[in-house]
Design a protein around this ligand. Structure first.
Ligand code: AMP
Length: 222
């Protein structure tokens, strides 16, 4: 089962994708996470991507698509995966189809997490991320048990360089511009499902699992 999570920054894609991946036992692939790892490791890709990311604009399609193609060349994706942060443009959606087609695979469902702007801004401003395992926390909504320490692996938490009010506006504007065409693209393919994502992470996850089960009775969600 190949599931794409679409939605504005702050809709909870990363948090939900990580939880869902554990529940259904599939890998979670986040282009944002892979890019951030490259930036912190100062790889060639990281150096090329850093300025775009810090400004809150999209990293060029060729760079991200090449990076994703490499990830999708690994054997763990054969059973399926949850994709978060890609595609962000129609060019990327078509590139993904082509990469999958070559492996005899296909996107099954696209879940659109719909959140309102005040909720998005509040979530992004308080977001904390684990340096090591990438787990997400929130200063108010989901505080770690120990200050700035990950509950899961005990490493330091940090705030993303692009999680500030100035960059958020840019990211939302970029997102608005691209998303409507992507929504239409997947609606035409009858793969798009909308989910209201303003609520607590736990209840959004429950709704998402219900949706997946309702669409696909044969797939067991543990
Ligand atoms: P995210 O973690 O998904 O919010 O992504 C953080 C930043 O990484 C974005 O603002 C972009 O600069 C970059 N990025 C992540 N995924 C993509 C993508 N599919 N295409 C272009 N840029 C991306």
């Amino acid at each position: 089962m190949i599931i794409i999570l679409l939605g504005p920054p702050g809709a909870g894609k990363g948090t939900q994708a990580k939880e869902l991946a554990v529940k259904i036992g599939l890998p979670h692939i986040s282009t944002g996470d892979i890019l951030r790892r490259n930036v912190s490791g100062s790889t060639e890709l990281g150096r090329k991507a850093k300025d775009f990311m810090n400004k809150g604009v999209l990293v060029p399609d060729e760079l991200v698509t090449q990076m994703l193609a490499e990830r999708l060349g690994e054997s763990d994706i054969k059973k399926g995966f949850i994709l978060d942060g890609y595609p962000r443009t129609i060019t990327q959606a078509k590139a993904l189809e082509e990469i999958l087609r070559k492996q005899g695979l296909n996107v099954d469902k696209v879940i659109y997490l719909d959140a309102s702007e005040p909720v998005i801004v509040q979530r992004i401003i308080g977001r904390l991320v684990c340096k090591k395992c990438g787990a997400n926390f929130h200063l108010k909504n989901m505080p770690p048990k120990r200050d700035m320490i990950c509950d899961i692996c005990g490493s330091d938490l940090y705030r993303r360089a692009d999680d500030n009010e100035e960059t958020i506006k840019n990211r939302l504007a970029v997102y608005e511009k691209e998303v409507s065409s992507l929504v239409l693209y997947y609606e035409k393919q009858k793969k798009l499902y909308r989910l209201l994502a303003d609520g607590q992470a736990k209840s959004v996850l429950e709704d998402m699992i219900e949706l997946i089960e309702a669409c696909n009775d044969s797939h067991k969600v543990r």
